[in-house]
Design a protein around this ligand. Sequence first.
Ligand SMILES: [Zn+2]
Length: 274
Amino acid sequence: MFLYFGNKESVDNKNNNNNNNISNNNNNNNNNNNNLAELATQAWRGSAGPVEPPLGEEAGRQRSWDEPVCRASFDLLLTRADRPSRARLLAVSSTDAGAWLHTLPLKNLGLCLTDRELTVATGLRVGAPIVRSHSCVCNAMVDPTGHHDFSCRKSAGRQRRHALANDILARAFRAAGVQAELEPHLLHGIRGRRLDGATLDSGSVGLPLAWDFTCPDTLAQSHVAQSATGAGEAASKAEQGNITKYGQLAALNSLAFAPVAIETLGSWGPLGPD
Ligand SMILES: [Zn+2]
């Protein structure tokens, strides 16, 4: 409850003055807000390059402001990158190359990375030094990026990576209700060639599907020049090699054939996702 004991006119004047002050304060606040918004927009333009700021509903989305800045930073990195760095940047930014970051870390499914594994996986992708320079058992020098291990003929990890990827493919088929067998034995062979896996059920083309998985190294000496021209170039080459090597074997056994090639830095070949 408001109690008044003074002159009414005096109170009215005071109220008018207060209202004027509030109005002035609002105007000042609006001006300050406009100035801040203008300053923020100028700063954003400085980072985002020659693009217009988002308007209307889009202006309320953080992503609309972030993406042009990220794109401009990425383009700048590409223009300054040497050939291996360019190949690395193109590969790690390609479609689905970052899908592993969205994987739920479920230990029972083998989807949990240790801190050390996460450090190495991230370091490889950003080109950070992850090892001390040393000499490999194959006599090659390993630089601090540690990437040599992916293409070294004497690296034990290559076999394990290959086996794990095929296991994941077989499990994916089974999860989709399609029976699949790894390294199927009851096939008419071409001497020395064995497919990585095959489904037991017929697929959409009316034939069981055979696959062969390969994991070419994005930055291997034999691939880096192509990898620097576009993401997935090494995987694309590997797919064609697999078709040449295994397509006939699959056809001999009335199997459709799908090469699956995913590079060490995550790029897929063009046929894999299909
Ligand atoms: Zn080596």
